[in-house]
Design a protein around this ligand. Structure first.
Ligand code: HXC
Length: 280
């Protein structure tokens, strides 16, 4: 598998191995490509995780694979869970999320961090975008992010936790065929900013990561086709596609104590691309 980390993330990086020991992260979209590697990084640094997804088998398989990064092969199958798979969950359904929070707290005792990463996307121009297609993406991305943070709010406040939304850069410059996602992600940025103001006094930080063109991901395949790399590298000032590890490193930083005074920010991880004003 290409999009995965290993123990060298701890030994060969800026992070100390037990950075998140005793902490729990709750991740929607946690079996997908970008969010899965965010989970891997957190788990490799001592965190426990609940990963939520619509597809049960994909969620269970991802949880096993992520756990195998930190478990010794001789450990029993009935050892305490490190990654809790929660499948059949649609972030548009608040009751399903409340139930997932309860299962997470029953299993791990608490939730400290939240990654709201579940997203839907497809390429479509405005003239062909139906009201229901627009609504579907707004509901998954924006309402889903709201529902997730709402369901986790009491845990985050109790534990002085931290929220990370997965945003994008499309709405900075009007990327064609991404009107629905741009509108949703603009809303997510606003949601995060407001939460930073309202929950900051309660000890909760709220930030966004805005990935650029991250290679070998579901979103990248859907959006760019196969010839993006050869045609478009010159649009990226740092002259390479992003990696899921780039997003994982930014995630670890934003949850770490090094970011304890950072709230209401959007960390753009795109090699400087959006400043060139082009995507496709
Ligand atoms: C136009 C489309 C469409 C397409 C669906 N629709 N696909 N319209 N072009 N390619 C329309 C349908 O016709 C329907 O409208 C409406 O959208 C809802 O479709 P459903 O299939 O009923 O909805 P649902 O099952 O909820 O699926 C949601 C989805 C789907 C977003 C449409 O693609 C999905 O489930 N995606 C989840 C996985 C995913 O997208 N992962 C990528 C995330 S990556 P009508 O009018 O016919 O009823 C990502 C990264 C972005 O977001 C950043 C990259 C850098």
């Amino acid at each position: 598998m290409v999009n995965t980390l290993d123990k060298s993330f701890v030994t060969g990086s800026s992070w100390k191995p037990d950075l998140f020991k005793g902490k729990v992260v709750f991740v929607t979209g946690g079996a997908g490509t970008i969010c899965r590697v965010q989970v891997e990084a957190m788990v490799l640094l001592g965190c426990k995780a609940a990963i939520l997804g619509r597809e049960e088998k994909k969620t269970i398989d991802a949880a096993k694979e992520i756990e195998s990064l930190v478990r010794s092969p001789t450990e029993n199958d009935d050892a305490d869970p490190i990654v809790l798979p929660l499948g059949n969950i649609d972030v548009r359904n608040f009751d399903q999320l409340k139930n997932a929070v309860k299962k997470t707290v029953d299993t791990f005792g608490h939730i400290d961090y939240l990654i709201a990463g579940a997203a839907g996307n497809f390429i479509c121009d405005f003239m062909n975008l139906s009201p229901n297609a627009f609504k579907s993406v707004i509901d998954i991305d924006l309402l889903g992010s709201f529902n997730t943070v709402k369901a986790c709010a009491s845990q985050l406040i109790k534990n002085k936790g931290s929220v990370l939304f997965v945003s994008a850069t499309f709405h900075y410059y009007g990327v064609p065929f991404q009107l629905h996602v741009g509108a949703a992600k603009a809303g997510i940025d606003a949601l995060s900013n407001n939460l930073a103001v309202e929950l900051g006094p309660l000890g909760v930080r709220s930030n966004c990561i805005a990935p650029g063109a991250i290679g070998q991901t579901e979103g990248f395949k859907r959006l760019t086709g196969t010839d993006f790399e050869e045609k478009s590298l010159n649009k990226i000032p740092l002259q390479r596609l992003g990696t899921t590890r780039d997003i994982a490193e930014a995630t670890v930083f934003l949850f770490s104590p090094a970011a304890s005074y950072i709230s209401g920010s959007v960390m753009v991880v795109d090699g400087g691309m959006w400043h060139t004003g082009t995507y496709f």
